[in-house]
Design a protein around this ligand. Structure first.
Ligand SMILES: C[S@@+](CC[C@H](N)C(=O)[O-])C[C@H]1O[C@@H](n2cnc3c(N)ncnc32)[C@H](O)[C@@H]1O
Length: 469
């Protein structure tokens, strides 16, 4: 539509005229028109279109999201009455926002109100006083920033019963409070809230107040905000304020913002959110990837292994570390000791090879030689698999005890070695494409936390033992 291309031209002009620091300060990364139009389309798909619609655009930027939504609604019903409220704290973009609504107003009749207010603190206190409005549709690309434990945002959010750690989830939680019953929130956000301990209260909040209708996955993270240099792994999520959970959830996929490669499938809601999972993980399978082909039903404890982060934080124990190996020293394993999924120790590198510990420290920090699995905590995006599991056997270790530095996770059994068959089968499973897909479904980042591995479910032992890629 002509008006929208005019808005897109203004967006690209704005992006090139604003410096990086300003963008970072406001977390201001403007949504490309292709994604804005797509978000508008899926918003209207899940909402009843009434004669009068109240729209909210929090963190509106230049207004591309609400303008796309208006345009979509008008294409469905020219007579519809639309009121838009837009919140934006950056004074320098308010003229653009005003101009966008004026452009839309030339073609269609809408009323709009721009508030130069803080959506978290100001609207949060409106909610506290019970003087907030309610909306039929909320569309957002919120700012992404960590919220500090003692920040003003934390206090405001706490007062309105929201516990969360990032501005994007705070925006979503406040928006959910502003939705009328059966109304829709559509947000483009990082997928980091789908797993991890910090977002658990937020996931519970979503689960208690809304039902997921649709999740769109951008399979290439490079494309979406390329002109903004943003490399976040984003999803678009559509939430309906209702207690009725749908049996199916729509998943759609595209390669970045190129929505021509778009495909869609409906999957059982249970596969996305397992009602029995007290972590409330939101699992997102890849296209046509059945999450059911191997039943994943056992916890690590049921199978008989534990996962820990390497206990040695080297900068706290500098005086105990050494590069040269002497009799009685304890091997200290770092990621540099892992090459092509094999343990190579000792090596000449910037990292020490051994640690010198007294008997008490040995009990606290060491593992007796045996079969173990080491997993790097940080994988790089280029690596084929997120999880890189390295099996170590008693032959790999020269002394009776060894220990592990903090950038590695170690799989063990009560601080002792694993059963040999289990160790081989588990390493094969963890390195398989299948496991990689499962892991990627709930983790959008390259970090492999021991908690994530503990919260994963595993196939049964026999299947484990016969596993091959
Ligand atoms: C990621 S940008 C998205 C802008 C626009 N919605 C879009 O999709 O192009 C987030 C916007 O939120 C604004 N913002 C950041 N913190 C805010 C806050 N606490 N209250 C209101 N607006 C905020 C920023 O200035 C920025 O324009």
């Amino acid at each position: 539509m002509y008006t929208l291309s005019e808005l897109e031209n203004r967006r690209t002009r704005r992006i090139s005229s604003v410096n990086r620091l300003h963008k970072e300060e406001f977390s201001q990364y403007l949504t490309p028109i292709e994604i804005a139009s797509f978000m508008a389309k899926i918003t209207t798909k899940y909402c009843m279109i009434k004669d009068t619609i109240d729209i909210l655009d929090p963190g509106a930027g230049s207004g591309i999201l609400s303008c796309s939504l208006i345009s979509e609604l008008k294409s469905k019903n020219r007579k519809i009455n639309i009121n838009v409220d837009a919140y934006e704290i950056d004074n320098s973009i308010l003229n653009e926002l005003e101009a966008s609504f004026q452009i839309i107003k030339k073609y269609t009749n809408i009323s709009y109100n721009i508030s130069n207010k803080n959506f978290i603190s100001d609207v949060g206190s409106d909610i506290l006083w019970g003087i907030n409005k309610h909306y039929d549709m909320i569309i957002m690309n919120p700012p992404y920033k960590k919220i500090g434990t003692h920040s003003e945002y934390r206090n405001v959010l706490h007062d309105i019963g929201v516990e969360t750690v990032n501005t994007y989830s705070a925006f979503m939680a406040i928006a959910i409070k502003l939705l009328s019953e059966n109304s829709i929130l559509t947000a483009i956000v990082p997928r980091s809230f789908c797993n991890g301990l910090y977002f658990l209260p937020f996931r519970k909040y979503i689960n208690n107040n809304t039902a997921i209708q649709h999740i769109h996955i951008f399979e290439s993270r490079k494309d979406n905000f390329k002109d903004e240099n943003v490399l976040q792994e984003n999803i678009v999520i559509v939430l309906k304020k209702t207690k009725i959970k749908p049996k199916k959830i729509t998943l759609s996929y595209s390669k970045g913002k190129d929505l021509s490669s778009f495909c869609e499938q409906e999957v059982s809601a249970n596969l996305i959110i397992n009602a029995a999972d007290n972590q409330r993980f939101i699992s997102i399978p890849g296209y046509n990837q059945s999450a059911e082909s191997v039943p994943l039903i056992y916890s690590n404890k049921e199978i008989g292994f534990e996962i820990s982060t390497g206990p040695i934080v080297d900068f706290r124990m500098k005086d105990k570390l050494a590069y040269d190996v002497n009799k009685g020293d304890i091997p200290l394993l770092y990621t540099v000791h892992i090459r092509n999924q094999k343990l190579t120790w000792p090596v000449i590198s910037k990292k020490p090879n051994v640690i010198i510990l007294n008997e008490t420290e040995k009990v606290k920090y060491c593992f007796k030689k045996g079969f173990y699995i080491l997993i790097k905590r940080f994988s790089s995006k280029e690596e084929r698999h997120r999880i890189q599991a390295t099996l170590i056997s008693p032959n790999d270790i020269s002394s009776e005890y060894f220990t592990v530095e903090n950038h590695l996770n170690i799989i063990h059994c009560n601080k002792g070695g694993l059963d040999k068959d289990l160790a081989f089968a588990l390493a094969a499973y963890l390195n398989s494409d299948y496991c990689d897909n499962i892991f990627r479904k709930f983790s959008g980042h390259t970090q492999i936390n021991a908690t994530d591995l503990r919260n994963m479910k595993y196939p049964n032992l026999e299947r484990f033992k016969n596993w091959s890629e």
